[in-house]
Write a protein that binds this ligand. Structure first.
Ligand code: TXA
Ligand code: MG
Length: 306
């Protein structure tokens, strides 16, 4: 099937209330028509996700904001113009006609315009909001390839659009603009400083590590194998241990991590999946450097640890 035909099929499935998995530049999403509560409900069933967790609505472009949010503040406009399409989610006051299923019963809604060409083509053709959490089982690692989605949700999704491996590899930065002071709810590729620079204002939590988006849990994004973050000296090469480290190793259960933060993030979930599949007793991950560049990776690793 040509890509155009695949998109046509995906749009029809969405209009009929079905689930379509699609690539974004961050991770793959499990999409449903955001205006159709019955369809959105299917997302929760497929993922095994609690109903009070809000879902991000993906838009074709910023002109669609007014359908979903009560008011578009100057800050929202600034960030949308600067970072969309891109890996940034804005939490804004919800419009009156927005379903509780999307907001988890809160008075805010998470909105984003993704940058992946296939996501944009799908959204453009659909012409409205697509609700989409990451296309994984609840609490598990987000998928960064179509194959990961098939593995996680294969029988539960009506169509998986394959756009190759995701470029960013970890979920979008979430900025809450619904309170008087903007705050980072989830760190991502777009850093706190970039957001502060664009807004000309300090954020409530510059580190972004203490404040969590409602509905997120400390243990999330986890492989099945227990994972520990350790210093280099504690990376034992014992049997039955799978290792992600910066150093060279000839062990078959060891993966060498990229020293560049963006590259580390891009491969993070695929690497954790590979380590998980080694069926070792535990996974050891070498502690990553301090500093803002690594903030999003540190966040995901600390939540994968259990
Ligand atoms: O990169 C991403 O954001 C990916 C791709 C598919 O776009 N999506 C994603 O969705 O990561 P999900 O559902 O796995 O994570 C969404 C996060 C959750 O932690 C949720 O609590 C938060 O966004 N969120 C969504 N709407 C919110 C709202 N109204 N207020 C606060 N947090 C919200
Ligand atoms: Mg998720």
């Amino acid at each position: 099937m040509t890509q155009q035909a695949e998109i046509g099929r995906a749009v029809q499935l969405l209009r009929d209330g079905g689930l379509v998995a699609f690539p974004t530049e961050t991770v793959y999403g499990l999409g449903a028509d955001a205006s159709n509560p019955k369809a959105v409900k299917k997302i929760f069933d497929a993922k095994g996700r609690p109903a009070d967790h809000p879902v991000i609505v993906h838009l074709p472009d910023a002109t669609h904001l007014s359908r979903w949010t009560l008011e578009i503040s100057e800050a929202a406009n600034t960030l949308a113009q600067r970072f969309w399409p891109g890996p940034l989610t804005l939490v804004l006051p919800r419009a009156a006609n927005v379903s509780d299923l999307l907001t988890g019963g809160q008075n805010t809604i998470g909105l984003r315009v993704p940058a992946h060409p296939l996501a944009l083509a799908l959204l453009g053709e659909f012409g409205s909001g697509i609700a989409a959490p990451s296309a994984n089982r609840f609490g598990r690692l987000s998928p960064t390839t179509a194959e990961h989605v098939r593995h996680e949700l294969g029988d539960k999704v009506h169509l998986i659009l394959d756009g190759g491996p995701c470029d960013v590899g970890i979920e979008s930065t979430i900025v809450d603009l619904s309170e008087s002071r903007p705050a980072i709810l989830r760190p991502g590729k777009i850093s706190s400083s970039e957001v502060e620079l664009a807004l000309g204002q300090k954020l409530k939590s510059a580190s972004g590590t203490e404040i969590r988006a409602p509905g997120t849990l400390p243990s999330h994004y986890s492989p099945r194998t227990p994972l520990k973050i350790v210093d280099r000296d504690d990376l034992t090469n014992a049997a039955k241990v799978a290792i992600l480290s910066f150093g060279q190793s000839d062990s078959v259960t060891s993966i060498r991590a990229p020293s560049d933060a963006a590259e580390y993030a891009r491969l993070l979930y695929a690497n954790l999946r590979a380590l998980d599949e080694m069926r070792c007793e535990s996974i050891l991950v070498e502690r990553v450097p301090d500093g803002e560049q690594w903030a999003a990776v540190r966040d995901r690793l600390s939540r994968a640890a259990h």
